[in-house]
Design a protein around this ligand. Structure first.
Ligand code: KG4
Length: 338
């Protein structure tokens, strides 16, 4: 028997709906929000309003693209958190209404767990290899940097996390200091490809265990620029590619250092990336190089499943549905990590 799940994602500035039939994606619709561009970051109040405008058309399109109607949906899964509370409330309220109207189960999803399970999304007629349990997942996004030990679809343990900024935040904040628009991560990646990664050095964090820290690197980058600009007011304009390449190299080395350590300590060789920063070419190259050296099997998600999307919410919903893990109508979102 097949199970059809409607997934809803509204944790930040993307309104997304997806239909999944068992583990196979039928549709994944994402409406971004250009309203934030002029502010250099996401404005929570504006995000909530845009979600309100987008949610119904996005769900309608997801149903239409999948070739089904609301009557065919067996359960509705939604992002409960972490994220912006006002944004989460829109998706949560919609999902509650849909479940109530259709008299079907409501399934609450942790956004970070969903990023990990994005690796299990199958596409019709194109079966792909999925990570074998247990595996390690480096989850790197604008809000999180974590190393997760994944024992099973619904059994995960965070064995390392950032104690301050996330890797994506480090990319975005440093990009801002050199005048690049938000989100700066993809632009740093682009410029880095023309620069010299060894041109400049920045302080790397010295944090014990498997945890990360990126706020010191951001400060080191800022002070370095301040000193250079005193000598040469055109320093940034003249060095953008090498600044980006050197910064990217440092962030990637920090991320890889702890991941290699986690792989050694656990003896696990199945290694996955997740989250928006997994699109970074420097990180992808580093993980591929380490895989060859260390005999790892690596899994890099497709871009459309690594940034925020509802397909990952729907697939997580599918695994929870199979275990009968449902939420009540009194469920409320949470803004911070559980
Ligand atoms: O997972 P995601 O789409 O959203 C949340 O954090 O919720 O991640 C967005 C983050 C941003 O910080 C963005 O700058 C970063 O991912 N990012 C990248 C690249 N593509 C996206 N960072 C570095 N290199 C990239 N190619």
């Amino acid at each position: 028997m097949s199970t059809i799940i409607l997934g809803i994602e509204s944790s930040c500035d993307d309104t997304s709906a997806s239909i999944i039939k068992n583990d196979t994606i039928l549709s994944n619709v994402i409406a971004g929000q250009s309203v934030h561009e002029e502010y250099g970051g996401v404005v929570p109040e504006l995000a909530s309003r845009a979600h309100q405008q987008n949610i119904i058309p996005v769900v309608f399109k997801a149903l239409k693209d999948a070739g089904i109607t609301a009557e065919d949906v067996n359960a509705v899964a939604f992002t409960r958190g972490p994220g912006l509370l006002g944004s989460l409330l829109v998706g949560t309220s919609f999902a509650k209404g849909f479940a109530l109207a259709r008299n079907i189960p409501l399934i609450e999803i942790d956004h970070l767990q969903a990023h990990v399970l994005a690796h299990f999304i199958q596409e019709p007629d194109n079966p792909k290899k999925v990570p074998q349990f247990p595996f390690l997942c480096l989850l790197v996004s604008g809000g999180n940097s974590q190393i997760i030990l994944v024992r099973n679809h619904l059994d995960m343990e965070i064995i390392g996390h950032t104690i301050d900024d996330a890797a994506g935040e480090a990319f975005d904040k440093c990009a801002k200091t050199i005048g690049l628009p938000y989100p700066g991560g993809p632009l740093i990646d682009k410029y880095a490809q023309q620069g010299n990664p060894d041109a400049f050095t920045f302080n790397k964090p010295k944090i014990p265990g498997l945890n990360y820290s990126f706020s010191g690197l951001k400060t080191s980058f800022l002070y370095f620029l301040r000193d250079q600009l005193k000598e040469n007011p055109n320093f940034i304009d003249e060095n953008i590619p090498s600044l980006c390449a050197s910064l990217q190299k440092t962030i990637v080395e920090v991320l890889m250092g702890k991941l290699i350590r986690a792989a050694k300590e656990t003896g696990i060789k199945e290694i996955a990336l997740a989250g928006g920063v997994s699109a970074n070419t420097g990180l992808q190259n580093a993980i591929t190089t380490e895989a060859q050296k260390r005999g790892w099997q690596t899994y890099i998600p497709k871009l459309s499943y690594s940034t925020d999307n509802a397909a990952m919410i729907a697939i997580t919903g599918y695994y929870k549905y199979m275990k009968g893990e449902f939420a009540g109508q009194d469920v409320v979102p949470y803004a911070r990590n559980k």
